[in-house]
Design a protein around this ligand. Structure first.
Ligand SMILES: *Cc1c(COP(=O)(O)O)cnc(C)c1O
Ligand code: SF4
Length: 321
């Protein structure tokens, strides 16, 4: 794990002075070796590097970018659970991530509250609401938990009769595949009565490697549905070409594109913002390049809406900042 700017700069052969860095960020640099090794040396504009560099510009206050852009704090009936959409609850399984993505809307979320001892409460909540049929393990990152704890969680969830689907949302398989390689967990998921979905998070084709391919194969062989979500990020993947290559490479590795999220307006991430109008243009471009099943749904998270909202045509879009 790389945690200092000097370590990173040594690996990618750049001088810290070539980058406009914040060495004292409250959301410090954190990047697994595997991910860092995919960064092209001597390229300050590398699309993977831009996702993890703590920049001084993050400190600028920008109108419209705040600390809880998706209204999650208001939908937190108990500390470790979010119940925002019908039929699905999201369990905050861990306060940690293996990588610190600069654009993350969760960077200001009070994760410390999500301690293991709150799961009992979360399970009681799910048990009492038979309209819930899907449990999503999210985070932080579920793979921050040990294999026995994850298997125990699975068993607890299987005991709730009205649950038929378990979804795992994780960036670990992409950024640190060796850590998501959990043979016992995979074997256990394979025999579960639940339908299992693994939603990985990959923003750029360069994040996909021989190791991710091998890992996805194992999950696939266990009958697990593999989907990807990405975030549309300025200078990282905001071109038809980049998104087309990403979709094709995901498919080659057995993963279908699911969502492409427009950036949540979180304080510190404004430099990643892509205008809705450009997003729409990219979506149109993708539709012309790819079969329908390789075009992700472009979505925006609007606080208070009953689902993730699909990007609207710009004419209808009042909010096009
Ligand atoms: C995105 C999200 C979900 C899942 O939504 P889907 O549209 O089913 O992928 C569930 N809960 C929360 C809080 C979410 O943010
Ligand atoms: S892995 Fe996901 S939750 Fe963690 S910092 Fe990155 S985007 Fe945020």
């Amino acid at each position: 794990m790389i945690r200092t700017i000097n370590q990173l700069c040594e690996l990618i052969q750049l001088q810290p002075s070539q980058l406009n860095l914040d060495s004292d960020s409250p959301f410090p640099l954190k990047v697994p070796k595997h991910f860092a090794n995919q960064i092209e040396p001597k390229n300050p504009q590398d699309p993977l590097l831009l996702q993890i560099l703590p920049m001084l510009s993050e400190r600028e206050e920008v109108v419209g970018f705040n600390h809880d852009p998706v209204g999650d704090l208001a939908l937190n009936p108990i500390d470790s659970l979010l119940h925002k959409y019908k039929g699905r609850v999201l369990l905050i399984t861990s306060p940690k991530c293996d990588i610190h993505c600069r654009y993350c809307f969760r960077r200001h979320f009070p994760y410390e509250q999500a301690k293991k001892n709150n799961w009992r409460q979360a399970f009681d909540y799910i048990q009492q609401d038979s309209s819930i049929n899907e449990v999503i393990l999210s985070g932080g990152d579920p793979f921050a938990l040990s294999e026995p704890i994850l298997i125990d969680l699975l068993s607890q969830i299987e005991k709730i009769k009205h649950i038929d689907t378990l979804r795992i949302h994780s960036r670990t398989p992409v950024v640190m595949p060796e850590k998501a390689n959990r043979p016992n967990l995979i074997a256990r998921l394979k025999v579960s009565r639940l339908s299992i979905v693994l939603v990985v998070h990959c923003n750029h084709a360069n994040e996909l490697t021989e190791q991710t391919h091998q890992l996805f194969k194992q999950y696939k062989q266990a009958g697990i549905t593999l989907l990807n979500q990405s975030v549309l990020l300025k200078d990282v993947n905001d071109s038809v070409e980049s998104l087309t290559i990403l979709s094709k490479k995901l498919f080659k590795q057995g993963v279908l594109p699911y969502y492409c999220h427009l950036l949540d307006k979180v304080a510190g991430a404004s430099h990643f913002s892509v205008k809705n109008r450009q997003g729409w243009g990219l979506l149109e471009g993708l539709k012309k390049q790819l079969p329908g099943y390789l075009v992700p749904k472009f979505v925006v998270e609007i606080a208070g809406e009953p689902y993730k909202t699909q990007l609207l045509k710009p004419e209808n879009n009042v909010d096009d900042k």
